[in-house]
Design a binder for this molecule. Structure first.
Ligand SMILES: [Zn+2]
Length: 213
C-alpha cells in the first residue's frame, strides 16, 4: 500500500487496474459440424471456461485502479469460490455456511415467481466488508439490499458480442454486457465473456449485517 489514496480508500479486490489490460487477438474459426465460433488466434489454457470464451486480462493489480471496470479473472474467481469482492477472502460464514450478499438494482435480475432467488453479476461481500462497502459506494446507497444466501451457481455471463467479417476477422458489434445463459449455445459462439453471472438461492434478508438495528 503506497500513497495517500491507498490509505484513504481500499481498492476492492475485483476492481481492474490499468496495467492489467491484455491483447485480445480474436477471430472466428469454422468448427466441425459447421458453424463459426469466436476464438483466440493463439489459444491458451484458461481461455475457455464453463464452455465460454473468456476475455483475457492479467492478474497483477498494477497500475491505476479503473473504478468503473472489473477484472474478469478476479470477478470469475470470486463467483466460483464464493470470495468477497472487496477483500478477496472467503465470504461464507464458517458457522452457518451461508454467504452474505449485497444486491443492487443494476446487478440483479429477479426470477419471476421465485422471490428468494435471482441472477447477479456482483460477487458476495463478506460480513466484515459489508459496512465499508455500503458507506463507500454511492451506487449502493441508492438501491441495495443485504441478504444471506445458501448457494451461488454459475448460470450465465455478461459478454461483448462479435460477428465475423468476410475475411473471418472478429468485429465487435458494439454490444457490451449482454446477458447470455450458459445453455445458449448459439449466442455463446459469438460471445466474449467479461463477467460470470450466478444464480443465488434461498435469499434471506440480513439487515443486521448492514449495521441497521
Ligand atoms: Zn471482505
Amino acid at each position: 500500500m503506497t500513497g495517500v489514496a491507498a490509505t484513504q480508500l481500499r481498492v476492492p479486490y475485483i476492481i481492474a487496474h490499468a496495467d492489467e489490460a491484455a491483447p485480445q487477438p480474436l477471430s472466428f474459426v469454422r468448427k466441425p459440424f459447421g458453424g463459426l465460433r469466436l476464438t483466440y488466434g493463439d489459444p491458451r489454457r484458461g481461455d475457455t471456461v464453463n464452455g465460454v470464451l473468456r476475455a483475457r486480462v492479467l492478474n497483477t493489480r498494477q497500475g491505476a485502479p479503473q473504478w468503473r471496470m472489473l477484472n474478469t479473472l478476479r470477478q470469475w474467481r470470486c463467483m466460483t469460490k464464493n470470495l468477497c469482492q472487496v477483500c478477496g477472502k472467503i465470504a461464507t460464514d464458517p458457522e452457518t455456511g451461508r454467504i452474505p450478499w449485497i444486491t443492487t438494482a443494476t446487478a440483479f435480475r429477479e426470477i419471476p415467481e421465485i422471490s428468494t432467488s435471482g441472477y447477479t453479476s456482483a460477487p458476495a461481500t463478506c460480513a466484515a466488508c459489508i459496512p465499508e462497502s455500503l458507506s463507500m459506494c454511492p451506487q449502493l446507497h441508492v438501491s441495495s439490499a443485504v441478504w444471506t444466501v445458501s448457494t451461488a451457481t454459475p448460470a450465465a455471463v455478461l459478454a461483448d458480442m462479435f460477428r465475423p467479417d468476410p475475411a473471418g476477422r472478429a468485429v465487435h458489434t458494439g454490444e457490451h454486457n449482454v446477458f447470455v445463459g450458459l445453455d445458449e449455445r448459439d449466442l455463446l459462439r459469438s460471445a466474449l465473456a467479461t463477467q460470470l453471472v450466478v444464480r443465488i438461492q434461498d435469499m434471506q434478508p440480513a439487515p443486521h449485517l448492514a449495521g441497521t438495528p
